[in-house]
Design a protein. Sequence first.
Length: 686
Amino acid sequence: MRKTLFLFLLSLFLSPCMGSNPSSVKWDHISLIVDGKRTVPVMGEIHYSRIPADEWNKSIKEMKKGGVTIIATYVFWNHIEEEEGIFRWDGQRCLRAFLKECKKEDMPVILRIGPFCHGEARNGGLPDWLFQKGCKLRSLDTKFLSYVEDLYRQIYSQIIGLQWKDGGPLIACQFDNEYRGSGDYLMKLKEIALKIGYDLPFYTRTGWPELTKPVPYGEIIPLYGDYADGFWDKDITEGAGNYWKAFHFKEFRSSTAIGTDLLGKQDETTNKEDNNYPYFTCELGGGMVKAYHKRPYMYPEDALAMAIVKLGSGSNLLGYYMYHGGTNPDGRLTTLNETQRTLGTANNDLPVKSYEFQAPLSEFGQRQPVFYRLRPLHLFLHDFGDLLAPMEVVTPNNAVIEKGDDSQLRWTYRKDQNGSAFVFVNNYERFQHLSSKKNIRFDVEGESFPQKPISIPESCSAVFPVNIRVNEVLIQYSTAQLVSRHIDSINGNTQIYLMQIDGIPSEIKVNGKTMKNVKPRGIDKAVFSCGDVSIYLLNRDDAEHLYLDRESSKTSIPLSYKKIKDADSPRVISKGPAKVAEAPNDSDFNQAAVYIIDIPETTSGTYPLLDIEYRGDCARLYNNGELIDDNFYNGLHFMYGLWRLPPDTRHLELRILPLQPDAPIYLPKEAIRQSGEELISVTIKK
């Protein structure tokens, strides 16, 4: 299996090649084209300055194993120029070193270079000193643009020799973020970048909200997004907002739910020519961060259903925000988190340190359940994206779907001129109970399947192939999902892997032969062979781990701790300037319950994860009086990577503020909404 993994990774991530002769990268109205071949990339967001530099390589490798083929990352201005004129490219702020790690792992990169980023950073990434300069921010104000040019030149100093044309990983960059003014501003940012020396295959912007004046067609590709939930909503009732629209197939590419705290109400309109660009996403919710007033609990089905809906609606690039969580670096002058009282983007209180995001890879790089749930889809896009990319969308039922609509199965398909197609099914909507849909058959491109009607289970999201040819084998249809195609480097034989969808009998018609109720046999026993092609049916767990070495079961070791101080009287929770509950400050934590956690000497040289199960309002973790991480309680455990601490660390201090049941905050049903606080357990996972 190790040899298979190596060959798979070699084929997956050495293309496109980033050696001395870089691959040709072009785009048209359909997709990216790499060396003349259409591709459907998987883009994952990771913020390099929120990850310690010595963890970058491991993080990039884990993203690759999850099926990510492009990395996106912000360059937060205030992370590198918090003090005016003092640019920091040291340690985890060193963009050049990060890009070199990406090059080492043959991972293309899209830089989101601002000047405004948001990303729940203080002021959206704009440094505090900029607000004192008397210029109009994010505009054509020449004084503001002079500061932007200085920023862009500094970033350029980090990318010299690492652009795509040089054989480097940098394939594109994004200008500003969620900008709603005139496209002249975005074009001016591009003009500045080109003058400095940026020379990349393409340039991007966020496609939401609609610009008051569009950019000239072909200059900057709009990328879109959708989220299953949002911390930014001021409405703290469950299911508030338009997030339900992300779970039904639609022609409208954008979202009216993103950033409503900043952007307000948005119409379902885009600039006239935007639909002539390829349909790409850059912010498909891989999870969601927690604000103090609203703390969503995310499920693996959220991201999977949204991804399948986007593909079925015509998207040819899946970009997840976030794919890897992180931790805010320390600032010299301030903390670097967004709060209601900062100068910019002052609408939400975010944790001081943690940017965990409930992403496929956690704040400390651990694989979460959503990592595995998404992975078979990513393998499919790598191996069959060239077939999918040119396919047009066909919507069998144009009925308008409303929130919680359970009257029909949500499905669509994409087809090409040769009769090949992929059927996309989604029977999941967050917070809504979509019942099992009975008596289902599909009529697609001359195939009616399965032979007997089936039921599509609740919470099911899947992709079925129709008339897909591999060498002399024609998969006429399958109610199992197509996952991967692997060519054995020794004998040249081809293995096709399908995944049985939970609750759906696998019926496969191949070369005119219909096989009913096929049972998964694993990677060692084919269910069909013809010539040099063999078809294997896997259960979901085997498909999610295909080409991966299984992680050994983690050992959980309980740690000793003691409570040294009870919490004082509960603080008064006021609403801040943004009219939502305000997070506790440093002095408030002086009133918290205090626990001392003993750290054993045996953790030295290992990679143990501290697992804190507690209930309460929020918690902070300190080492020798220094805040190292924090957590807003929502029912999930508070985790910390002990390898980030000095090896002689023997004690940590945990402070927990008690929960007040009447607090004006949203807590999910997974949280214990009981007054007070309690440290339930502390363990080390190895």
